[in-house]
Ligand binder design. Structure first.
Ligand code: AP5
Length: 216
C-alpha cells in the first residue's frame, strides 16, 4: 500500500497515520516531525526551515520534493510501500511528487482525506499546546496554518479525486471510530493496491532523509 494522508492541522494525520502504518506494517514519513528534528539538530535543512515552521508558513516546494524523492528512493530500495503524513500540501508538491513517484514506480494508490471543522481543530491544537509546547501551536499561528491549508492544500483534494484514489473521512468523531472507517476502506483497496509478493522486503533506512535538501 502506498498511502498519502491529507488534512488540516490538528485533524489527526499523526494519530491515524501511526495506526495505519502499524496495521499494514508500513514505514511512516511524517514531514512535520522530520523537519522539527532537523531544526533541533541544527542541520542545513533545519536552519533553512526554522523560520517557516515557527510562523506556520509552508516550507518551499523544492525542499519538500527533495525529501519526497529521498523517501521514495528509500521505500523502493526496501521493497515496501509507505504512509506519507503531511505531504503533499500544494498542487506543485502533488504534481511534482507524482512525477518523481512515477519515475520510480512508486506513485500513491490511496489518498486519505481527513475532515474536521476549524473550531474543533483549534480546540485540539490548543489542548495539545499545553502538553507538547510546539512553537506553532499558538492561536495566532494555528489560524495562519488553517488559512494556508484552505488556500494552498484544499485544491489537491480535487486533484486526487480526479485520479480516482481519494477516500474522504469525517474526523470529527472519536479516534477509534475514525480509525475503523479508514482501515475498512483501506482493506477494501488492499487487493488491487497490494505489493508484489515476489519482492524481498528489507528494513527501510529513513535516517538520512532531508540531508542535502536545505543547501542553498
Ligand atoms: P505538521 O507537523 O505536519 O503539522 P500540521 O499539519 O499542522 O499537523 P499537526 O501535527 O498539528 O496535526 P495532525 O493532523 O498530525 O493531528 P494530530 O494527530 O497531531 O507540519 C508542521 C509544519 O511543517 C507546517 O506548518 C509547515 O511549516 C511544515 N511542513 C510540513 N509538511 C510540509 C509540506 N509538505 N510542505 C511545506 N511545509 C510543510 O492530532 C492533533 C491533536 O488532536 C492531538 O493532541 C491528538 O491527540 C488529538 N486528536 C487526534 N485525533 C483526534 C480525535 N479524533 N478526537 C479528538 N482528539 C484527537
Amino acid at each position: 500500500m502506498r498511502i498519502v494522508l491529507i488534512g488540516p492541522p490538528g485533524v489527526g494525520k499523526g494519530t491515524q497515520g501511526a495506526l495505519i502504518a502499524a496495521h499494514f506494517d508500513l514505514p511512516r514519513i511524517v514531514m512535520g516531525d522530520l523537519l522539527r528534528d532537523h531544526v533541533a539538530r541544527g542541520t542545513d535543512l533545519g536552519r533553512a526551515v526554522d523560520n517557516h515552521l515557527g510562523r506556520g508558513e509552508l516550507v518551499p516546494d523544492e525542499i519538500m520534493l527533495c525529501i519526497v524523492r529521498q523517501a521514495l528512493d528509500a521505500a523502493r530500495a526496501a521493497g515496501t510501500g509507505y504512509v506519507f503524513d503531511g505531504v503533499p500540501r500544494t498542487l506543485a508538491q502533488a504534481r511534482g511528487g507524482y512525477k518523481i513517484a512515477q519515475e520510480l514506480g512508486m506513485s500513491a494508490n490511496v489518498a486519505v482525506h481527513l475532515r474536521a471543522d476549524d473550531t474543533e481543530l483549534i480546540r485540539r491544537l490548543l489542548a495539545r499546546a499545553g502538553l507538547e509546547h510546539r512553537s506553532d501551536d499558538t492561536e495566532e499561528v494555528i489560524r495562519r496554518r488553517l488559512l494556508l491549508y484552505q488556500q494552498a492544500t484544499q485544491p489537491i483534494i480535487a486533484w486526487y479525486s480526479r485520479r480516482g484514489i481519494l477516500i474522504s473521512v469525517d474526523a470529527m468523531r472519536p479516534v477509534g471510530e475514525v480509525e475503523r472507517e479508514i482501515l475498512a476502506a483501506l482493506e477494501l483497496r488492499r487487493p488491487s493496491a497490494g505489493h508484489s509478493p515476489a519482492m524481498v522486503r528489507r528494513p527501510v533506512d529513513l535516517t538520512r532523509l532531508g540531508a542535502q535538501c536545505g543547501q542553498a
